[in-house]
Design a protein around this ligand. Structure first.
Ligand code: 13P
Length: 259
């Protein structure tokens, strides 16, 4: 792949295929993945490919991916530049490791580590000011969906998470819709459910004064090689955020090569 400009929003909403490795792979395993993966996705100039890797693998993966066009990112950050925050990493540390992207507000952060919409908005501001591309995640739980509260929950998450974000920074922002009940469960949202919800998110972003029509919105939750194409055919699904199926080079390459 050729080097492409790092951009969030774009008039064409070029497909964005991202893997999220979560807490999997040592540094060596991560580098071995990149060496196997890059040749499988060579010469794709019509889509963006990204990997969100563990902090310990950032530098090695960034070096291994150099020149390939694959975007390398972290899975979380702290909003302060530095300080007594044991276990945390800052935006500058991510940049210093050679990475250019960060996931923010993933549902596992929200569920297990207490990330709130307020924190997400502070993390987003820190990421943007360091020049990182931020992938902000939102999504409802099964109980919320069954109670008919999906849109209410998403509207509230978006309002809180985007507080303080300004439209001029749209090139630094991508949204990801990940229904919590579809993550790691093998239960994908149907393409119709995903499309309906993503269209709602786009409308909400516009209502918040953001460029909803040009921002890219990814879908995540049990994406596999055999459902990637149908999801990507939906008009408001601009990309995929892939967990389990991004851990093996051949399966993630099949997803990246959809269509
Ligand atoms: P799975 O693809 O394993 O369901 O994970 C989705 C996810 O959380 C990506 O961020």
């Amino acid at each position: 792949m050729s080097e492409k400009p790092l951009t969030g929003g774009s008039s064409t909403r070029r497909p964005f295929l991202a893997g999220n490795w979560k807490m999997f792979k040592t540094g060596d395993q991560a580098v071995a993945f990149v060496k196997e993966f890059v040749p499988l996705v060579g010469n794709l100039s019509d889509r963006d490919v990204a990997l969100a890797v563990p902090a310990t693998a950032l530098q090695g993966v960034a070096e291994a991916a150099k020149g390939s066009g694959v975007i390398v990112g972290a899975q979380n950050l702290h909003w302060e530049k530095e300080g007594a925050f044991t276990g945390e990493i800052s935006a500058d540390m991510i940049v210093g490791a050679g990475a250019t992207m960060v996931l923010i507000g993933h549902s596992e952060r929200r569920q297990f580590f207490g990330d709130t919409d307020g924190w997400v908005s502070k993390k987003l501001a820190a990421a943007v000011s360091a020049g990182l591309l931020a992938v902000v995640c939102v999504g409802e739980t099964l109980a919320e969906r069954e109670a008919g509260k999906t849109f209410e929950v998403l509207a509230s998450q978006l309002k809180g998470s985007m507080a303080g974000f300004v439209p001029k920074d749209e090139k630094r922002l991508i949204l990801a819709y990940e229904p919590v009940w579809a993550i790691g469960t093998g239960k994908t949202a149907t393409k119709e459910e995903a499309q309906e919800t993503q269209a709602f998110i786009r409308k909400e972003l516009s209502a918040l004064g953001l460029p909803g029509q040009s921002l890219r919105i990814l879908y995540g939750g049990s994406v596999k090689p055999d459902n990637a194409g149908a999801l990507m055919a939906q008009p408001d699904i601009d990309g995929l955020l892939v967990g389990g199926a991004s851990l093996k080079a051949d399966s993630f390459a099949k997803i990246v090569n959809f269509g």
